[in-house]
Every structure is written in C-alpha cells, then in structure tokens.
Write a protein of this length. Structure first.
Ligand code: SPD
Length: 284
C-alpha cells in the first residue's frame, strides 16, 4: 500500500495525495501541525488533518486573499493579518509599495517554525515591515489598536481555535479596528462541502449587516476540498468592482508580473458566482 495523505470532507469522499515522507510533526497546545513531502505538490502542510498549503498551489490562495483587498483600498499602508503563520499572505501584501507596516497575529508558533523549515519560498519573514505577534487573533482585535487600512483573516477551518473567526462578534471587532475607508478579506471555505454552509452563511450575513459593501468571490485551489474556494471582501467605502479599483490594478504592471493567478480579468471574474453558490449566502 503506497503512503498516502487522505482528507475526507464527506464520509469516504475526499482528497488523496501521494507521500514520500513525514518532515515535521508537532502537537501544540492548539493543534497538530504536520508537513509531508509529497509526490506531486512539493511539501504539504496540514493542521489537524486538513490541508493548509502545498508548495505548488499556495500561490492561488495567497494572491487571491491579498490582492483583491489591497487593490480595492486607495492607499493601503497598515495591514493586519490574523493567522497566516506560513507567511504567504504577508509576502503578497508586502509587494504593494504603499504598505508600510504589517502585523501578523498567529496563535501558533509551530506554524511559523514549520514554514521557515520546510517552505523556504513562502514566507518573507526577514522583511522589516513585518511584525509577528504570537497571540490569539480574536483577543488581539478585541483589545483595539491604531486603525488598519486592510485586515486579512487567513485562518484555518471553522473547527478548534479558528471557530471564532466565523462569528459576527469577531467581524464587529474587525469593523471597529478598520480606518474609515478600511477593507477586509476572509477565507470562507468550499461551497461544495455542505457541512460548511452554515459557517459561510453566518460570515456573509455578518459582513452584510456590518459593512456597506460586502461580496463573495471564488478561486480554484486544487488541494482544498472539492477544489473551489470562497472568500469574502467587505469594505467601508471603496467598491472592489469600481472604476478606481480597476485603474489601480492597470497601473500595477510590475507587481502583476510577479503573480501567477491574479490578474485584472481574474479580479472581476472571481466575483461572478455560480447560482448554487449565490444561493448559499442569499437564501433566507
Ligand atoms: N481547508 C483549508 C483552509 C485553509 C485556510 N487557510 C490556509 C492558510 C494558508 N496561509
């Protein structure tokens, strides 16, 4: 029997990845963090048996959770990332020349440690703009700080320590922590997995109640359950589909050359939702 990683998202249905060997395994106070060398996807990080990233497909998630929001904000300088310990989101955010400071609040040091050891191309941990705080993101945001221009919720699935990242109360704290033209993005799971629908609905109801503008968008991530992933953007002022957002993207030629998934057409197209996906957030 070959060595395999299996993540079941519905009874016996799931994802299978061929493994070469286990590289890292740490049970922390919060979760089990593991890294495997795979036969196809480079190194793969899992948390409590759920895929977080692979070397080969991480660019999709990290570009899409970062650039939609960063281009929507007219001048993003102060950024907060909740979670994101592998460093991929911070790497993308810091490609924007307007960004002066990034706080990354990661609850679990082991995620950063595993990434530094086994994902050398993912994090830009030595960048002086990045400050890593090993704290609970929910407590951090609740306690208040100087306002942020953009907040990115790069957490895990809605089980264990990340459960609170899908609650309205948490998004209210985020709203309060954002400047008057602030923008937020968050990862909101796979629309194909029925057990996630209540969490998806809860997040979009909260964003719609709190922010004048909120939208879902999607991207294709092969190693996440069923390959289709949803994300949410919420904004106090600027619309992600406005002409000024489009102009900012068109002016960012050099940055766009560094990307492999996100481009101007993907920015707009990712907001076109299949009807069954729209129904998850619109049905009463
Ligand atoms: N089931 C996958 C959910 C993963 C969301 N976060 C991924 C972390 C990558 N920075």
């Amino acid at each position: 029997m070959p060595l395999q990683y299996n993540e079941y998202y519905n009874e016996q249905t799931g994802l299978t990845v061929g493994l070469k060997k286990l590289l890292f395994s740490k049970q922390t106070a919060y979760q089990l963090v593991e890294v495997y060398e795979t036969d196809t996807w480079g190194n793969l990080m899992t948390i409590d048996g759920m895929v977080m990233l692979s070397e080969k497909d991480e660019f999709v998630y990290h570009e899409m959770i970062s650039h939609i929001a960063l281009f929507t904000h007219p001048n993003p300088e102060r950024i907060l990332i909740i979670g994101g310990g592998d460093g991929g989101t911070a790497r993308e955010v810091m490609k924007h020349s307007s960004v002066k400071h990034v706080d990354m609040v990661e609850i679990d040091k082991a995620v950063v440690e595993a990434s530094k050891l086994h994902f050398p191309g993912v994090g830009d941990f030595e960048n002086p703009k990045l400050q890593i705080l090993y704290e609970d993101g929910i407590a951090f945001i609740k306690n208040g700080s100087e306002p942020y221009d953009v907040i990115i919720i790069d957490g895990s699935d809605p089980v264990g320590p990340a459960e609170g990242l899908f609650e309205k109360e948490f998004y209210r704290y985020c709203f309060d922590a954002l400047a008057a033209d602030g923008v937020l993005t968050t990862q909101t799971e796979s629309p194909w997995v029925n057990s996630y629908h209540p969490s998806i609905k809860k997040v979009f109801t909260a964003l719609g109640d709190l922010f004048p503008i909120s939208k879902m968008y999607t991207c294709a991530i092969p190693l996440y359950p069923a390959g289709l992933w949803s994300m949410g953007i919420a904004s106090k002022k600027e619309n992600p589909l406005s002409g000024s957002t489009t102009d900012r993207i068109s002016d960012a030629g050099e940055l766009l050359k560094t990307l492999r998934y996100y481009n101007p057409a993907i920015h707009s197209a990712s907001f076109a939702l299949p009807t069954f996906v729209k129904n998850i957030i619109e049905e009463k």
